[in-house]
Design a protein around this ligand. Sequence first.
Ligand code: SD4
Length: 323
Amino acid sequence: MKRRTFILNTSLSGIGLSAMSTFPFLSSNLKPFNMSFEPVTIATWNFPNASQKAGEMLAAGASALDAVEQGVMVEEANLKNTTVGKGGRPDRDGNVTLDACIMDPGGNAGAVAYLKNNTHAVAVARKVMEETPHVMLVGDGADRFAQQMGFKKEELLTDDSKADYLKWLEKKEYKPLINIENHDTIGMLCIDSKGDISGACTTSGLSYKMNGRVGDSPIIGSGLFLDNEVGGAVATGMGEAIMKNVSSFLVVELMRQGKPPQESCEIAIKRIIAGSPNHKDFQAAVIAVNKKGEVGSYCIQEGFSYMKYHGGKNVNFSSDFYL
Ligand code: SD4
């Protein structure tokens, strides 16, 4: 045993259950024996089935990585969700293209962008993380890789999303709406009973975007960032603003400096606002959790909410907002 590990294990023995919240800075390999943590799941918007799935998996002992993947997959498969997975609205040329990413407690990351033929973009992103030397695959390469990994080709445009698209074509007006009407991306963070954190973010992006457009959701640091020593953050809303400010990374770095998740989220959103004279016209939101399980959330416009599953309770909270 290394000397530092020995000292920590010795000095923490007997502290037991609350050791993680007392010593949130401990990395997995420095945690004392017999320590457990009450798992936490948080997720953007009001998707109770997704947070319930992840929360129940964590309660049954699943890893944060498995729980976060399965949790967001609930929304990818939800045909009523018009901004995630199958049933997501297409770009202006009628193509449904998905963006997703995932991170594990080791700081490993996988992402796909402009994925055209598979509902579960997050599962393909996980394969990129685990089966390739790369972090991100896009377009045809991502599609080919998914098929090589055994994912079956699917049609992502549904009868409903096709009907909406045909209606949109009548006017071809491109105006991102502010809240849920056009933003249902799911970003999720899970902390498991070992105190380890994982995160995922998955979307079909802005409805009727330009062909080829990729937003913040699959970009590590923008749509999602985490550090197992500190905590994690996920973002939703206008991807261009979030990317320009690398908002999820910023939130985690602020928490690293000791700021609580709520203050960290507020600073990150105010950074976007300060650089965007048109911020009244769009939504941007971040949620965050630190290693003590404390949660924060902030956004520009009223109307954003997030789910939290903790201690068997699955609750939707309205976010604080700027305007
Ligand atoms: C994007 N951030 O592609 C995503 C959109 C989003 O809820 O969050 N929708 O820009």
